[in-house]
Ligand binder design. Structure first.
Ligand SMILES: [Zn+2]
Length: 296
């Protein structure tokens, strides 16, 4: 029946092999994540962008992917969550002041291109780095934390008036460019751990669900609404900006039916008006009151 070549790998063989491979690969993975584009696997070259999940890409690779989603075999897996250039931010990176000093990583010597502008720690995966998605500035996590802690103590001397909502959020000014950001939300980890990435993914989905623009979620909602006759109107509002779909067509058909019914009722009323005009049954309503007596 095939599959009887004599060696049957049991669970132990498979699991051990996998674990060993993972361990040996860890250094390579770190190097790949911090020095190479997550999509094209080419060396990172400015302009470099990052997404809501903190991955690093060459902007041209993301553009290529957006223009043709099949341009990279595993493009959908890696950046299926990137819908447009609006979903990525060009990073403002600080160049390594001593780029000639190359750091040997896993045998190879790759020049560490970027450093934290606050601590001058090199960006190579040994210390966590973050970026502010509102402005794109990149810092080491520790550096940004230190600065924002120091900022907390100083009184606010913003020329802009702070609304009550502003004061509720923990607004800080970017130490590099001065852009206002929310300390509790607007800091994204670059190349996060799987656990951190899961959290970032959940936050991304939550934010997208709250977006007012047309999304897949809205489309699904429109379909769901169309299935319930009581919420026809709501569905129409939603589907009006999601293009023609089968759901829309169903809604349009049901609305037409409703409109026909309404017209039928209207004609009855109008009929009654005509009947009352000069007819034996002089039925007066607020519409006919006074109107017809004028011509009588
Ligand atoms: Zn900034």
């Amino acid at each position: 029946m095939g599959n009887d070549g004599g060696s049957i790998p049991d669970r132990r063989d498979l699991v051990r092999t996998k674990a060993k491979a993972e361990q040996a690969d860890k250094a390579n993975q770190t190097r790949a994540r911090w020095f190479f584009c997550a999509l094209s696997k080419r060396l990172l070259q400015e302009p470099i962008v990052s997404c809501a999940l903190g991955k690093l890409y060459n902007k041209d690779a993301v553009l290529e992917y957006l223009l043709d989603k099949s341009s990279y075999g595993d493009g959908e897996v890696i950046c299926g969550h990137i819908r447009s250039l609006k979903d990525v931010k060009v990073l403002k990176l600080t160049h390594n002041p001593s780029p000639d000093k190359s750091t040997p990583i896993n045998g190879d010597t790759l020049k560490v291109q970027f450093v934290c502008p606050l601590t001058f720690k090199e960006m190579l995966g040994s210390v966590p780095f973050v970026y502010i998605p509102t402005c794109g500035c990149v810092f080491s996590q520790a550096g940004l934390k230190t600065v924002s802690r120091a900022d907390n103590g100083s009184p606010k001397d913003d020329s802009k008036e702070a609304s009550p909502v502003d004061s509720e959020k923990q607004y800080q000014l970017c130490p590099s460019c001065g852009t206002k950001y929310d300390q509790s939300q607007d800091v994204l980890i670059l190349n996060p751990s799987p656990k951190e990435e899961a959290i970032m993914h959940a936050i991304m989905l939550k934010r997208r669900a709250a977006e007012p623009t047309k999304t897949k979620g809205k489309k699904r909602k429109a379909v769901a609404d169309a299935e319930q006759p009581s919420t026809k109107k709501k569905a129409t509002v939603n589907s009006s900006n999601t293009g023609v779909s089968s759901a829309t067509r169903a809604v349009v058909a049901s609305l037409a039916e409703e409109e026909a019914k309404r017209k039928a009722n209207m004609s009855d009323t109008i009929k009654s008006l005509y009947v009352s005009k000069g007819g034996p049954k002089r039925k007066e309503t607020f519409m006919t009151m006074g109107t017809f007596t004028r011509y009588a």
